[in-house]
Design a binder for this molecule. Structure first.
Ligand SMILES: Nc1ncnc2c1ncn2[C@@H]1O[C@H](COP(=O)(O)OP(=O)(O)OP(=O)(O)O)[C@@H](O)[C@H]1O
Ligand SMILES: [Mg+2]
Length: 254
């Protein structure tokens, strides 16, 4: 379970997270929506300790995140996989090498250590990496360099890399922002399949409202660092969903 208690984060005097209270159950899948700059990325990065709140408490699986304890953060990050909009893979390395780098764990910008020789890894690790590439439907591209893969294929490699960590939690920050609609649908389906089959908690920042409506039971909507909606997707109609975005534009214009 992930719990936020009164979490506050300021940048340059502006409250980017303004009193966040939140409970996300183990194994849940939630979508986080909200206008650009509303604090979505900042919020999810407090969960793996890449953003340090100014006050309040975040706890993960019963442990209060100790942002000043490097060992704690290292262990925390082992259990949290990250998926990014721009994939953050090592383009010149193969799909398999990228997946294997997941067991080195702890990516922030995705450029974490990559050992150039596959020989560095154990037989078990290599078998797991191949199994994960198979799971995401990319076994046949294992030895292909990532810069030769399509966007959707790159995101699959990134997902396999995150799974290599054997995470409890997957944080996905706009994982389909750079993909076409058909590919986007497949990636979201894959993430939800992982959530269901592997019981991995999925927290997914998304901009595409139809995707959210069609796939996520629970929405958390942010506006100017505050949660303005947290509940069933089905309780919101299209107009109310759109208003989450429109309202902020009106505020901005005022
Ligand atoms: N490291 C930082 N230093 C200063 N300001 C920051 C930093 N990170 C984020 N901000 C500011 O905090 C606010 C929220 O940023 P955040 O990236 O969380 O928004 P977001 O909701 O993810 O937006 P988007 O949809 O565009 O990705 C923005 O105004 C941003 O400029
Ligand atoms: Mg963001």
């Amino acid at each position: 379970m992930i719990v936020f208690k009164n979490v506050l984060k300021r940048y340059g005097g502006i409250k980017v997270l303004d009193g966040i209270n939140l409970n996300i159950q183990t194994g849940e899948a939630v979508a986080i929506i909200g206008p650009s700059g509303s604090g979505k990325t900042t919020l999810i990065r407090t969960i793996n300790g890449f953003v340090v709140p100014d006050s309040g408490v975040v706890s993960v699986n019963g442990d209060v995140v100790d942002y000043s304890n490097k060992k704690f953060l290292r262990n925390l990050r082992k259990k949290i996989g990250m998926i990014y909009q721009l994939f953050n893979l090592v383009e010149r390395a193969s799909a398999l090498e990228n997946v294997l780098s997941g067991c080195l764990g702890r990516h922030d910008n995705g450029m974490g250590l990559l050992f150039s020789t596959i020989g560095f890894f154990s037989k078990e690790e290599k078998e797991l990496a191949m199994e994960l590439l198979r799971f995401v439907g990319l076994e046949h591209k294992a030895f292909e360099r990532v810069d030769r893969l399509s966007g959707g294929e790159k995101q699959r490699v990134a997902i396999a890399r995150a799974l290599m960590q054997k995470p409890d939690i997957l944080l996905a920050d706009e994982p389909i922002a750079n993909l076409d609609p058909k590919t986007s649908k497949k990636i979201i389906e894959l993430l939800l399949r992982i959530n269901e089959e592997k019981k991995i908690t999925l927290i997914c920042v998304l901009h595409h409202l139809e995707t959210v409506e069609n796939n996520f039971k629970r929405i958390i909507a942010l506006n100017r660092g505050k949660i303005i909606y947290d509940g069933f997707t089905s309780s919101l109609n299209r107009a109310e969903l759109l208003a989450i975005y429109e309202e902020s534009e009106l505020c901005e214009a005022a």
